[in-house]
Ligand binder design. Structure first.
Ligand code: SAM
Length: 282
């Protein structure tokens, strides 16, 4: 294999190799090993503990699909909580909505600093938006100890390892539900829809005691293991599948979206029977 390659271990018996041309940055932070690479196909890539987190080439798919289904399920979101998401791509998508405030809790300041330095096209100025409140800290502690209410919570975490383990727990989702207003919605990345059925089932099981409606949807995130990635929404109010196509079209008209569409919203929740059966709580 000509040139340099990085290996992302998607699961025990499948890896993805990416050709890279340069490593732009590398550091061991108090929480994880952080690297930023230049690659011919995906542009610049953020890698944490050997796992690809985001790339310039396909970040719009992941960030649009983590942000908008949940934000559109809430009829009038004004206050949004983002947990993780240190690259700022999710924040950028959320701020397309007419919000009063977006509060972001990221545990690792090095991810924010190096993303602003090397991956600024992903956050596209969102960190400097007057509606942004950036807090460096643990999302589990913030949600458990704080009092401020939110309309929508978005969780853009790494896999459930190290500091992110608690972000997939029943207690964490219960604490989120207590911080949400009556029509409140939470949306989380819930792992590969190809290799992590157990993780998706666990997220659904842990959300169910606190959210009357729990729905999983998928999108094709090209640089992620298995490509078909899952997201899970918990709603205290509206059913995500009940959001009229016309309302989605009206509310996203000026967003300049490249992946998420009004009909795509509904198609994403229409899971194939084999996948629905594989992720049903056991
Ligand atoms: N999209 C990526 C994925 O699906 O793997 C995640 C990207 S984002 C960079 C993940 C962020 O979650 C990292 O910056 C990490 O530092 C942050 N994180 C992990 N555990 C956290 C916690 N307990 N509180 C706040 N942020 C956390």
């Amino acid at each position: 294999m000509k040139g340099a390659w990085i290996v992302d271990q998607g699961c025990v018996d499948v890896t993805t190799c990416f050709q890279v041309t340069r490593r732009l940055h590398e550091e061991q932070t108090p929480y994880q090993h952080l690297e930023i690479y230049e690659s011919p196909r995906f542009g610049r890539m953020l890698v944490l503990d050997g796992a690809v987190q985001t790339t310039e080439g396909d970040e719009f798919i992941y960030h649009e699909m983590l942000a908008h289904p949940g934000l559109l399920t809430h009829p009038v979101p004004r206050r949004v909580l983002i947990i993780g998401g240190g690259d700022g791509g999710l924040l950028e998508e959320a701020l397309k909505h007419p919000l009063d405030r977006a509060t972001m809790i990221e545990i690792d300041s090095a991810v924010v600093r190096s993303s602003r330095q090397y991956l600024d096209v992903i956050s596209a100025g969102a960190f400097d938006d007057p509606r942004t409140e950036l807090i460096i800290g643990d999302g589990v502690a913030y949600v458990t100890e704080g009092r401020d209410p939110f309309d929508v919570a978005l969780v853009d975490s790494t896999d459930p390892v190290g500091p992110a383990t608690g972000l997939f727990s029943e207690e964490f989702y219960a604490a989120i539900a207590r911080r949400l207003t009556p029509q409140g919605v939470v949306a989380v990345q819930s792992g590969s829809a190809v290799y992590q059925h157990d993780l998706i089932a666990m997220v659904r099981r842990n959300m169910a005691p606190s959210f009357p409606t729990v729905r999983t949807y998928v999108a094709t995130v090209l640089a992620y293991p298995g490509v078909v990635w899952s997201f899970t929404v918990g709603s205290l109010g509206r059913e995500p599948g009940a959001v009229p196509v016309e309302e989605i079209a009206r509310r996203t008209e000026h967003f300049g979206l490249r992946y998420y569409t009004p009909r795509g919203h509904h198609a994403a929740f229409d899971l194939p029977p084999y996948l629905r059966a594989a992720i049903e709580p056991r």
